[in-house]
Design a protein around this ligand. Structure first.
Ligand code: HEM
Ligand code: HEM
Length: 189
């Protein structure tokens, strides 16, 4: 069923913004699963090496998509929220979105710095190799991976908060906020 807000023709995120949202959401699930799998794989085994390449490749892809997405958002600002959303909810949602953008850029960057400062190139699916553009620096490399590993504990609660907030708007408030990001929209009848 189409919600009243959407049926009334209220603005939604454009197709590109919606496609990028769900692409990154799917890639985030994959990169985190691969990250956990790395942690469980014995060191110096082909399995761990493959997991690392896949994790890094998906992570670099997220970085590229997020940078494009940030520029897209700047050129195509999101539609205004419906009046039913209170001031506090707006601030909370805004801060969560900004923090997700920052983490999904900072985490892969920290991953790259970890490799680059150790003098390693980063292979993206074995197709492209990103050379290290930093001087070798063991301390920087260690600091970068520490940041990478700690940042996940900011990401998880934010994603949970974000999804809970989105589902609350869709299934409790019925105010059209969830509908404006759904990948496929029903046409108002
Ligand atoms: C948004 C992108 C990324 C996310 C969310 C992410 C998340 C994670 C997570 C959850 C782990 C497992 C942590 C643990 O064992 O507790 C991990 C491990 C790792 N990540 Fe990422 N990652 C991303 C991108 C990257 C990139 C682009 C690189 C490198 C170019 C990278 C390099 C690594 C490495 C080397 C490890 C293994 C660390 C170790 O166990 O010693 N990550 N990552
Ligand atoms: C079931 C899963 C998810 C649902 C139902 C969902 C729903 C939504 C909705 C409805 C919005 C628009 C909110 C508004 O209009 O103010 C939104 C925006 C956003 N979501 Fe999600 N989301 C999900 C998963 C994720 C995941 C996994 C991530 C990141 C890892 C994410 C990151 C974002 C970001 C960064 C925005 C802000 C978009 C912008 O304004 O440019 N979402 N999401």
């Amino acid at each position: 069923m189409t919600t009243p807000a959407i049926a009334a023709g209220e603005a939604v995120y454009d197709r590109v913004a919606r496609a990028l949202h769900w692409l990154v959401a799917a890639l985030a699930v994959i990169v985190i699963s691969l990250g956990w799998a790395i942690a469980g794989a014995p060191r110096n085994t082909p399995t761990r090496d493959l997991l690392l390449v896949m994790h890094r490749s998906v992570g670099v892809t997220i970085l590229a998509v997020m940078l494009f997405r940030a520029v897209w958002r700047w050129r195509h600002p999101p539609p205004p929220l419906p009046p039913a959303v209170t001031g506090l909810e707006r601030v909370l949602a805004g801060c969560t979105h900004v923090a997700l953008y920052l983490l999904l850029i900072a985490m892969p960057l920290a991953g790259y710095v970890n490799a680059a400062a150790a003098g390693h190139a980063v292979s993206v699916f074995g197709i492209v190799s990103i050379p290290p553009i930093l001087a070798e620096n063991n301390l920087l490399s260690q600091a970068a991976i520490a940041i990478h590993l700690v940042a996940q504990y900011l990401l998880y609660p934010l994603v949970v908060l974000h999804i809970a907030g989105a589902l609350r708007r869709g299934f409790v408030k019925h105010d059209g906020v969830l509908d404006r990001m759904l990948p496929v929209r029903q046409r108002p009848s």
